[in-house]
Write a new protein. Sequence first.
Length: 445
Amino acid sequence: MTKQSADIDQLVRQAVFGTADEKERARWQIWEMGQHAGVRPASIHDLYLARGRGEVPAFTTPAMNVRVLSYDTGRAIFRGAKRLDVGAVICEIARSEIAYTDQRPAEYVAVMTAAALREGFTGPLFIQGDHVQVNAKKYAADAEAELGALRALIEEELHAGFYNIDVDTSTLVDLSKPNLNEQQRTNYEQAVDIAMVIRDIQPPGVQISIGGEIGEVGTQNSTVEELRTYMDGFNATLKKRAPGVEGLSKISVQSGTSHGGVVLPDGKIADVKIDFETLKTLSKVARDEYHLSGAVQHGASTLPDGAFNHFPRTETAEIHLATNFQTMLYDSLPADLRTEIYGWLRDNAKDERKPSDTDEQFYYKTRKKALGPFKRRFWDLPADAKATLSQAYGEKFTFLFKQLAVNDTAEVIARFVKPVEIHRPKPHPDLAGVEAAPDDADLSD
């Protein structure tokens, strides 16, 4: 291991677990190292619009929700991406995940940047705010407070380096209304308001990739009519309120999955019957009529392995993957730590247990709540446990990259995505002697 490798391992740990000043220093230094080494946060917007124009071959971008053991997981992602010449890969975290995993945006960007640097990956770093979602209950109680909290999160994410934002106001769809336009109106009008906030505060030279969503994942499948209603309403409203402002690059739909999958009483995951024909049709309409990249599928990680090669065949633009990586972690934990975590869940998540839940169902549905409280314990796993998980993650990511046809996409990414070089001021005067790594620093083993 080179000195630089050991240095970045220590630096990223300070960025996560250091004092407030240490975190600020380490995050600044990692950011500057990335700027010098060509690992810069970027928007996938221009690539997705090129896909909408038919200038990009069919592949499906994997968006990985990195919830836990983030540095090691990120390293496995970028190690595989480098080996397979993958350019189209997104690291993301949802509004809800930020809370229960204890990963604020600035930390997340620092860790993903450090992971890419550590593996010698270069190229655009696509970091995404997944499900930047309006909470329907909070919106009903106090719409302005809920929207204000969402705007504050978006500002935090953009400042940190999240240059891809999935706006999810689909929670506001009201199926009791008499027609599709009225059902979708609040959804698309609030999405426009949020999109205008993003465009107003996005960094100079960066066109944030913004996604919309037409149906709550886990409910009934989306239809072409719903997509057209949402997109027509969104585009007309945006044109009226902010003429000339860039709109969406993709649209999230529902085609049969649910977040986390459906867990059976014995702890196994129920088979998912995804409607690939719906995905194909909605993606085609999104491209042909609205010049978007296509449809986005959420909740895909628990699908059987044989399903993934269908996504590029149906020209699905992007799929979101999360829960199965968490399952792989829990399966590889030392038995005593897993037992301790399950004991913690029994005490601290008991209110979420339904009378009909078996132990297996309860632990499966609630174990994500332990990711924040046990965060340091996960980072401090024994070396052999980390090595086993790293190998498993590496094999899984390699499989997904190939099945989704994103191997050998670095060249097309470089053609359409030009990351802006953005330097940040030193956070404290006492950093005068601290320098970012030179352009040719060796950051890998």
